[in-house]
Write a protein that binds this ligand. Structure first.
Ligand code: HEM
Length: 446
C-alpha cells in the first residue's frame, strides 16, 4: 500500500517558509491557505506540518480520539520544561497528569486568588508618577509574574519573591525556540554562548525549585497555594507526584502561565486606548462598582469580558497549536500518514471574515451579539489538550484590567499601532504598548 501524499503547499525553500512563519505567522499561513486550499502543508520549525484554518478542520482535530496524537513541540520545549511537562506528555499519562493539575485552576479554588490578583495590580501601579511614559507590558508582566509566583508557591516574603522574579525572568530571557530547534548550536563553547547561558539559568531555576520542594514537602496541609495542592494530590493508585515530575510541572506552570496572560492584557490596553469609544463604554460599566472594585464583580462584567475575548481574537498570544499523528488520521478528507504534524491555525480562524465581519477591527460587541463555537474561537487551543489555565488567565485579565482602569487614567504615548512580534512561542506587541500615566482616577485611591 502506498503512503498517502501530504496536501499541497508552498514550494519555496524550507528555511524561507520557516522564516516567514516566524516573522508573521498570520500573514504567511493565510497566504498559504488562499493559494493552496485547506488543509495545506508548510515547512515550520518543527518540520513539515499539515495546517488547517477552517473551523471544520479544527473540529476534526479537537474532537478526534486523543490517542491518535502525541505532542508536536518536543524538540523546542523539552530542553526548557523537561520530559515530565504536561505539554510534552501523551496518552494515559497526559490524562492522569491533567487530572492532578486541573483542580487549582477552576471554580472556588481559582476564585480564592481574586483578591490576590487585585492587590498585586494595585501595587504594580504604585510606582507610576503623573506624566511618566511606561511600557504597559512591563506593568502587566510584573502583575502576572507576581500572581503566578504567589498563586503557585504561596510565597510572601519580599526577598524570596525578588529571587523568584529574578531567576525566572533570566531563565525566560535565555530561552529561544530557534536555539532549541538548531541542534548544532546546542553546545557550550567553553562555557560561553547562548546554550551555556541557557543551561546556567536552567540549573539556577532547578536549584530554586529543589529548595522549595525540600522545605515544603510534608507541610502542605492547610495551605491554599497550587504547590501545596499538588504536593497533596494523589493519582488513581494513591501515588503522589515525584520531585522530578513536580519540578517539570512547576516550570511549565510558571512559563505557560505568566507571559501569555501579560501579553493578552497589554494587547487589551493597546486596543482600548486606540478606541476611545470602547474605553468609554468599559469605564461606564466599571463606574457603578466604586473606586476599587470587588474582584468577583469585575469577573462578571459582560463588556469587560468581551474586551478580553476580542483582544485574544485579534491577537491570539499563541498563533497555532499542533499535534503529531501516531495512527492514520483523516483531515478534511485527506488521509495523513502516521508521524504527520497537524496544526490548527488559531490566527487564521480568528480572522475569518465570515465568522468575524471586518476581522481587522477591534469590536468587543461581536462577543455580545453571538456565541462562537470552540472551533471558531480558540485562543486557548482545544480538545483534550486545551489550556488548563484558561479560566485562571481570563479571570486574571478581567480583574487586573478592570482594577487598573477603574483606579488610574492613561493615554497613548503615540498613535502608532503596535505590530505583533514573536517572542519565543508567543506573539506580543512589538513596542510593549507605551502609555502615559495621567494620575489616579477621580476619587479612586483617596
Ligand atoms: C492568556 C493567557 C494564556 C493563553 C493565550 C494560553 C494559551 C494556551 C494554548 C494555545 C495552549 C495549547 C492548547 C492546545 O494544544 O490545544 C496552552 C496549553 C497550556 N497552558 Fe495555557 N495559555 C494561557 C495561560 C495559561 C495559564 C495562566 C496557565 C497556568 C497557570 C497555563 C498553563 C497551560 C498548560 C499547563 C498547558 C498544557 C495543556 C496540555 O497540554 O494538556 N496557560 N495554553
Amino acid at each position: 500500500m502506498s503512503t498517502p501524499q501530504l496536501p499541497p503547499g508552498p514550494r519555496q525553500l524550507k528555511p524561507l517558509q520557516t522564516f516567514r512563519f516566524l516573522k508573521n505567522a498570520a500573514a504567511f499561513l493565510s497566504e498559504c491557505r488562499s493559494r493552496y486550499g485547506d488543509p495545506f502543508t508548510a515547512a515550520l520549525p518543527v518540520g513539515d506540518v499539515v495546517v488547517t484554518g477552517d473551523p471544520e478542520g479544527v473540529r476534526e482535530i479537537f474532537s478526534a480520539d486523543p490517542a491518535l496524537f502525541e505532542p508536536l513541540g518536543h524538540l523546542i520545549l523539552a530542553p526548557a520544561l523537561g520530559d515530565n511537562s504536561l505539554l510534552l506528555m501523551g496518552g494515559q499519562r497526559h490524562k492522569r497528569e491533567r487530572k492532578l493539575l486541573m483542580p487549582p485552576f477552576h471554580g472556588e479554588r481559582m476564585r480564592a486568588y481574586g483578591l490576590l490578583m487585585r492587590d498585586i495590580t494595585l501595587r504594580a501601579a504604585e510606582g507610576l508618577r503623573p506624566g511618566d511614559t511606561f511600557r504597559a507590558q512591563d506593568v502587566t508582566q510584573a502583575i502576572s509574574l507576581d500572581v503566578i509566583i504567589r498563586a503557585v508557591f504561596g510565597i510572601e516574603e519580599p526577598e524570596r519573591m525578588r529571587r523568584f522574579r529574578e531567576v525566572l525572568s533570566a531563565y525566560m530571557d535565555s530561552y529561544t525556540p530557534l536555539l532549541m530547534a538548531a541542534k548544532p548550536l546546542r553546545r557550550s563553547f567553553g562555557g560561553v554562548g547562548p546554550w551555556a547561558r541557557f543551561q546556567h539559568h536552567v540549573a539556577e531555576l532547578d536549584r530554586m525549585l529543589s529548595e522549595e520542594l525540600a522545605t515544603r514537602r510534608g507541610h502542605e496541609a492547610g495551605h491554599e497555594d497550587i504547590l501545596s495542592l499538588l504536593l497533596g494530590a494523589r493519582d488513581e493508585e494513591g501515588q503522589p507526584m515525584t520531585d522530578a515530575e513536580l519540578k517539570d510541572e512547576l516550570r511549565t506552570l510558571l512559563v505557560a502561565g505568566h507571559e501569555t496572560t501579560a501579553i493578552g492584557m497589554a494587547w487589551a490596553l493597546h486596543h482600548l486606548h486606540h478606541h476611545p469609544d470602547t474605553l468609554e463604554r468599559l469605564l461606564k460599566e466599571l463606574a457603578p462598582l466604586g473606586a476599587v472594585p470587588d474582584p468577583e464583580a469585575l469577573a462578571k462584567l459582560p463588556y469587560l469580558g468581551a474586551v478580553c475575548d476580542e483582544s485574544l481574537r485579534l491577537h491570539p498570544v499563541v498563533a497555532v497549536v499542533g499535534r503529531r499523528t501516531v495512527a492514520p488520521f483523516t483531515l478534511r478528507g485527506r488521509e495523513l500518514p502516521v508521524g504527520t504534524g497537524v496544526m490548527a491555525a488559531i490566527c487564521v480562524v480568528h480572522r475569518d471574515p465570515v465568522l468575524y465581519p471586518e476581522p481587522e477591527r477591534f469590536r468587543p460587541e461581536r462577543f455580545l451579539e453571538r456565541k462562537f463555537s470552540p472551533f471558531e474561537y480558540l485562543p486557548f487551543g482545544g480538545g483534550a489538550r486545551r489550556c488548563i489555565g484558561a479560566a485562571f488567565a481570563l479571570y486574571e485579565m478581567r480583574i487586573a484590567l478592570g482594577t487598573l482602569l477603574a483606579t488610574h487614567r492613561f493615554t497613548l504615548a503615540n498613535n502608532e499601532p503596535e505590530r505583533p512580534v514573536r517572542r519565543n512561542i508567543t506573539h506580543g506587541p512589538g513596542g510593549g504598548v507605551e502609555l502615559v500615566y495621567q494620575g489616579p482616577r477621580h476619587g479612586a485611591l483617596a
